[in-house]
Design a protein around this ligand. Structure first.
Ligand SMILES: Cc1cc2nc3c(=O)[nH]c(=O)nc-3n(C[C@H](O)[C@H](O)[C@H](O)COP(=O)(O)O)c2cc1C
Length: 179
């Protein structure tokens, strides 16, 4: 049987991985079948109803596994409903979020066939203990807004449309079918 959602992510230091887990958890809570997988471990998109792609921004660019994923799965992604998120800004000021969004948009512009139903930037987080000098001198921060992340995740079935948005509320996990 097809899996409703693939939540595919890249993470260098774990914080995007935790967001991807929360997204998958919310979708599972809605009664959907969800697979959570690292982007570089995804071989094939056949068998997934919709795809969520999440990766952090580093030095002005969307993490390379995400850029590669868009290239490698270009054809299949054009045939799937897709949602995209990036982690980045360490402060949630309008200016910082817009700056990160520009970086993400530059990566998405390289995949013109991709038409994501929704694109979101979430605040990022830094644990300097995990970083090498000079980044190890950065201040510890966590700008992840878990309420916003979880609300976005819950909006995905409706945003991505199709049968995924029309579940029978009384029977979680069971697709409504005319057959
Ligand atoms: C060295 C370094 C460079 C970064 N560069 C950017 C950047 O250019 N744009 C941005 O929005 N966030 C940037 N960030 C913030 C990261 O995207 C954020 O810390 C994110 O949560 C990291 O995700 P990960 O733990 O999954 O690797 C940078 C962080 C570090 C440590």
């Amino acid at each position: 049987m097809a899996t409703d959602f693939l939540v595919a992510y890249a993470t260098k230091h774990g914080t995007t991985g935790e967001v991807a887990e929360a997204v998958a958890e919310e979708l599972t809570g809605l009664g959907l079948d969800v697979e959570l997988r690292e982007l570089r471990k995804v071989r094939d998109l056949a068998g997934y109803g919709a795809v969520v792609i999440g990766a952090p921004l580093y030095a002005g660019r969307w993490q390379k596994d995400a850029r590669r994923f868009l290239k490698r799965h270009r054809k299949a992604l054009a045939e799937h409903p897709v949602a995209v998120f990036a982690l980045g800004p360490l402060k949630l000021t309008e200016e910082d979020v817009a700056g990160s969004r520009k970086q993400l948009d530059r990566a998405l512009a390289l995949a013109p066939d991709l038409r994501p139903a929704t694109v979101e930037v979430f605040g990022g987080a830094i644990d300097p203990a995990k970083l090498r000098f000079p980044f190890s001198k950065m201040e510890a921060t966590d700008a992840r807004d878990w309420d916003a992340i979880r609300a976005w995740a819950r909006s995905l079935p409706a945003e991505l449309g199709g049968p995924l948005g029309q579940r029978d509320g009384d029977r979680p996990g069971v697709a409504v079918s005319d057959n």
